[in-house]
Design a protein around this ligand. Sequence first.
Ligand code: NAD
Length: 361
Amino acid sequence: MAVYDVTIIPGDGIGPEVAEATRRVLEATGVKFNWDHRDIGMAAFEKHGDLIPQETLESIRKNKIGIKGPTTTPIGEGFRSVNVALRQELGLYANLRPGKTIKGVQSNFSDIDLVVVRENMQGMYSGVEFDAGKPETIEVIAKINELNTKKVDPSAAISIKIITEDATRKIATFAYEYARANKRKKVTIVHKANIMKFTDGLFLRVAQEVAANYSDIETNDRIIDNMCMQLMQKPEQYDVLVMANLYGDIVSDLVAGMEGGLGVAPGGNIGEGVAVFEPIHGSAPSHAGKNEANPTAMILSGAMMLRHLGELDAAITVERAVEQVIGDGMKVTYDLRADRDPSKAVGTSQMADAIIAAIQA
Ligand code: NAD
């Protein structure tokens, strides 16, 4: 039987508690792991004086797979966002965010089953920004005004949106390959090509070219604002959604809200031969160390990791066990209770115990 070398990064805040719950649940499936414990973020800063230690990056590069708890981004000048840096350093170009209703989770929607595929590296988050009033900004604006008929106010701050054909081809191919491998029927290309004719126009054109290679999967496209309204009105008409970075950031949180919120929303960041799975929630410092955080999002991120490793049966077992425990509603954390009464809830580790019992039943 295969033993998987996996880098596990507990993170900080509630991270270590939900990561430990996840490790125990994944091991209960019978799949064998050789865990390589590494630090990143505040935990790494406290131990090594570095938010993103090279050893952690090297461990993920070597193992090709990681699972990560949330990390606090310190507020202040000079701190890079750990998550953005990880994506850039490891080339994790695809952010995969499935949103599926779990019976028993409070939500205004039912039967949500959507997957958001977000381009992770460019678009409006290219990091090419110019601050208002700086000499270099004034120079850039002067050059734009020389080359472009539409004039920019010299006092403006500027962000540059970057969309390349290669990156679009990669993310669109990822979305279609994901759809095919997971027996999804439709991919919707989300854009604003009616207004941003060059950047989003390129994204739409290239994604449609990729779509032509996947005649087994239906394709349509939606303008981003209409997409948001349609998700509120008829989400059942959608399946896999692929889009550029900023739209994906927003729509994936919208879908997380539709499925019932942060506590249950898993995610994955995937690159060429390397992937890191993590819940979408943050380190929720006010809940840290109290054994009260909901471990579901990280456990479901673990199930995504199992799928990525090809351990489909184990992934389904974990997902069903989570659904069973939440559906029963007896051994869930306070946030999953309609009354949110902590005295009737169980802790993080007890919820993990219940999921393990459901796996082993
Ligand atoms: P957060 O997700 O940490 O918390 C928001 C609220 O959601 C919390 O107060 C809590 O009530 C609830 N919540 C979140 N996860 C929960 C869980 N598993 N169980 C129960 N309740 C949960 O967002 P924030 O407060 O904006 O951010 C806190 C820190 O986390 C910041 O430093 C931020 O930068 C960081 N962050 C990290 C990541 C990441 O590592 N991927 C993602 C988002 C935020």
